[in-house]
Design a protein around this ligand. Structure first.
Ligand code: PLP
Length: 368
């Protein structure tokens, strides 16, 4: 049996009639940038995430850059980001002219650790960018206490956290702004790149929208220097169509994750994802924490089961940030996660047999 890590073809097959129809409509309209379809998707996405404003942009990396620019974060400022996770936030802090400051993550949630964040706060700290990693939210209550006490902003990296929530509050609705990705493999994926910014602050929303569009509301309106980063019309139409199915996909993913959790709980060598109190997980990824990670990966691959490593190297140790001169002792948890995490397939269209096959193959490895 071959089990791909993610099978977008199956998702397309299920939605083909409606997706083909909206694509046909957009092609017939020949309007590819802006317009009512983009506004309609933005409103639907904002509603689903309990925020007032949603601004479609080119991708989540741009979203983070635009938020930082709109908040006036730049030279002389420090922004705290997690050492473990995708590196967009750290990159964009640097490109905005500010200084990224890495903090370690929690050993259970893999999200940024508020106590380590606290140790790295200085008079220059302007913001913290938690990543809601793998589909569950970082400890926003802990971070909010720090933010309030030190007068620091929270910007949420929600690229993996569509529809995730914490104590009933949606990802992207707690900090000053949230950045979402619609990269094809994300929980809500476009057919190309896409992203958005969420916020409740109308001034920030308008500033972000302007920066994403050459600094103005319309052509030849340039209130400030900006860039070109827009969610295009075709992607917005596709996303609005897919948005209606996201709830079912999360239910399906939770079902698969539940089977894994049950099947692995008697294996001492496996730590399944641990859900922090109050969190609703979207299972964007199902990440095992294990010893002998590379051997298990090889065992699964040889059985036709595709897996991924998120992430082989903690951000501070990538060549992009090597100049900061960090050592492994600075981020003990992140360092261990480099060799202990393995993501196995989780998606709503997996068959019962595929899940059973993966469970059996993992169990065989530990029984040898
Ligand atoms: C995918 C991802 C991003 C970047 O998203 P793009 O839309 O590809 O720019 C940022 N942060 C995290 C945590 C991600 O997983």
């Amino acid at each position: 049996m071959q089990v791909p890590f993610l099978d977008l073809k199956r998702q397309y097959e299920m939605l083909k009639p409606e997706l083909d129809e909206v694509v046909r409509e957009v092609l017939a309209e020949q309007r590819f940038v802006g317009g009512p379809r983009v506004a309609s998707f933005e409103q639907a996405f904002a509603r689903a995430h309990q925020v007032r404003y949603c601004i479609g942009v080119g991708n989540a990396t741009d979203a983070l850059f635009i938020i930082l620019k709109a908040l006036g974060i730049g030279p002389g400022d420090e922004v705290i980001v997690p050492a473990h996770g995708w590196l967009s936030a750290a990159e964009m802090v640097l490109l905005a002219g500010a200084q990224p400051v890495f903090a370690d993550v929690c050993a259970d949630s893999y999200c940024i650790d508020p106590s380590d964040v606290e140790a790295r706060i200085t008079v220059h700290t302007r913001a913290i960018i938690p990543i809601h990693l793998y589909g569950q939210m970082a400890d926003m209550e802990g971070l909010q206490q720090l933010a309030t006490r030190h007068d620091i902003l929270l910007i949420e990296d929600c690229a993996q956290a569509h529809f995730a929530s914490q104590s009933g509050r949606m990802a992207g609705s707690i900090g000053v702004a949230g950045a979402f990705s619609f990269y094809p493999s994300k929980l809500l994926g476009a057919m190309g790149d896409g992203g958005c910014i969420t916020t409740d602050d109308i001034v920030l929303a308008e500033k972000c929208r302007a920066i994403a569009n050459h600094g103005g509301k319309e052509k030849n309106d340039h209130q400030l220097p900006g860039l070109n980063s827009r969610l295009d019309t075709l992607q917005a139409a596709i996303l609005e169509c897919k948005l209606q199915h996201a709830g079912d996909w999360i239910t399906g993913r939770n079902h698969v994750a539940g089977s894994y959790n049950n099947s692995f709980k008697d294996i001492d060598q496996i730590t399944s994802p641990q859900i922090s109190l109050g969190n609703a997980h979207n299972y964007h990824l199902y990440v095992l924490r294990i010893q002998q990670r590379d051997q298990l990966k090889a065992h699964l691959e040889s059985a036709g089961i595709q897996t991924e490593i998120h992430y082989p190297l903690a951000s501070p140790f990538t060549p992009a940030f090597a100049a900061m001169g960090h050592s492994e002792a600075d981020f003990p948890v992140s360092v261990r996660l480099q060799t202990e995490l393995l993501s196995i397939p989780v998606y709503a269209t997996m068959t019962h047999d595929e899940v059973k096959y993966i469970v059996r193959t993992v169990r065989n490895f530990y029984k040898r």
